[in-house]
Design a protein around this ligand. Structure first.
Ligand SMILES: C=CC1=C(C)c2cc3[nH]c(cc4nc(cc5[nH]c(cc1n2)c(C)c5CCC(=O)O)C(CCC(=O)O)=C4C)c(C)c3C=C
Ligand code: FE2
Ligand code: FE2
Length: 334
């Protein structure tokens, strides 16, 4: 018997909680307002003192943005609801059983529903004594990864008998992630009816100040794009989308790049969004609809926004691989 074999210890139930950002319950202004109020009140997201920020949020943003955002959500809403929630659920379902019946895979949203506290309690009620928290953000950022973990730890703080927890580290440079992106992009590009002059990797933006304060997000995005370019054997240009507010955000901005590319002779472009583990309003509306309009309006001839890894075969294999590593010593692949 190897020294770390302990056959007398009975197998314990383990939970894996996939976490994504969150989404409104409906593509309507009241639901979007509730969601934005929770999201934009998070001090990990808006790093402005509460007393200064709340009057701006309540006075201006929550009076105007819900209507505009609800229109964007309405354009991408599916039969299964918000794409972000539907795809995260599909990812959890596809992973169920990957480590045998003793590992339960569930999913939650940082803002809106299903809430992290609710699903953690459900895992515990189902008998999970150990839980792997898996915020599905390849690139670490305090506004995404850290706040998801904070929220889970806050829920644990209310439990007398806590499960043991681990958290999924960022996987921006993990060979399994880069290879899944390569496979997915190569297949999608081969299926296009045009040959792109350029692959543009558009990541969600962040305030420039967060880079100066030491958040690794910008560096993680750069590294993903560089490794992806090496893997594909072609240029992958980087840009940052979804600017919010008046502060300076990471540059170059995706919309400005899309408007400039045709003038540089790049008239056929494929946009990829490797920072999003699931398609959502930011990929399906901002890029696939508005980005296309910007690019074609500037003289581009062909545009494609390729899907995220979602619950595709390469995407699920990648998640299985990176989650297996974090489950080491707890559970083995089935
Ligand atoms: C993938 C990483 C993400 C980072 C980093 C991020 C930072 C960030 N976002 C906002 C403001 C908004 N983001 C919105 C939507 C949204 N953001 C992400 C991911 C990241 N955000 C996702 C996956 C989504 C989609 C949610 C969905 O329901 O489909 C929105 C809401 C939509 C809108 O009104 O435009 C806002 C607002 C800030 C301020 C920020 C960093 C400080
Ligand atoms: Fe965002
Ligand atoms: Fe957006």
């Amino acid at each position: 018997m190897k020294p770390d074999d302990h056959p007398s210890i009975p197998p314990r139930k383990i939970g894996v909680l996939l976490i994504n950002l969150g989404t409104p319950d409906a593509p309507e202004p009241p639901a979007v307002k509730r969601y934005l109020a929770e999201f934009l009140s998070d001090p990990r997201v808006i790093e402005i003192p509460r007393l200064a920020w709340q009057p701006i949020l309540r006075g201006v943003i929550l009076r105007t943005r819900p209507k505009k955002s609800a229109e964007a959500y309405a354009q991408v809403w599916s039969e299964d609801g918000s794409p972000l929630a539907a795809i995260t659920k599909a990812q959890a379902e596809a992973l169920q059983g990957a480590w045998g019946g003793g590992v339960l895979v569930d999913w939650a949203m940082r803002y809106g529903r299903p809430a992290i506290a609710e699903r953690l309690q459900a895992l515990k009620d189902a008998g999970c004594e150990r839980v792997l928290l898996a915020p599905l953000y390849p690139q670490y950022c305090a506004a995404t990864t850290a706040t998801a973990n904070d929220n889970a730890f806050a829920a644990l703080a209310d439990m007398r008998w806590q499960p043991a927890v681990r958290t999924l580290p960022p996987y921006h440079d993990d060979p399994a992630y880069i290879d899944a992106l390569r496979r997915s992009i190569e297949a999608d590009v081969a299926a296009l009816d045009f040959a792109p002059d350029l692959i543009l990797a558009s990541f969600h933006g962040m305030p420039q100040r967060t880079l100066e304060l030491g958040d690794p997000y910008h560096c993680h995005c750069q590294k993903t794009a560089r490794l992806l370019s090496d893997a594909l054997g072609r240029e992958v240009r980087i840009a940052f989308q979804s600017r919010f507010g008046r502060a300076k955000w990471l540059e170059p901005a995706t919309d400005a790049v899309l408007a400039a590319l045709p003038g540089e002779g790049m008239k056929r472009v494929a946009v990829v969004t490797p920072g999003f583990s699931a398609d959502c309003v930011e990929t399906l509306e901002e890029i696939a609809i508005r980005g296309r309009e910007t690019f074609l309006g500037a003289g581009g001839t062909d545009f494609a926004c390729l899907p995220c890894l979602n619950a595709s075969a390469p995407g699920i294999e990648m998640l299985r691989s990176i989650l297996s590593r974090e489950l080491a010593g707890w559970a083995d692949p089935a």
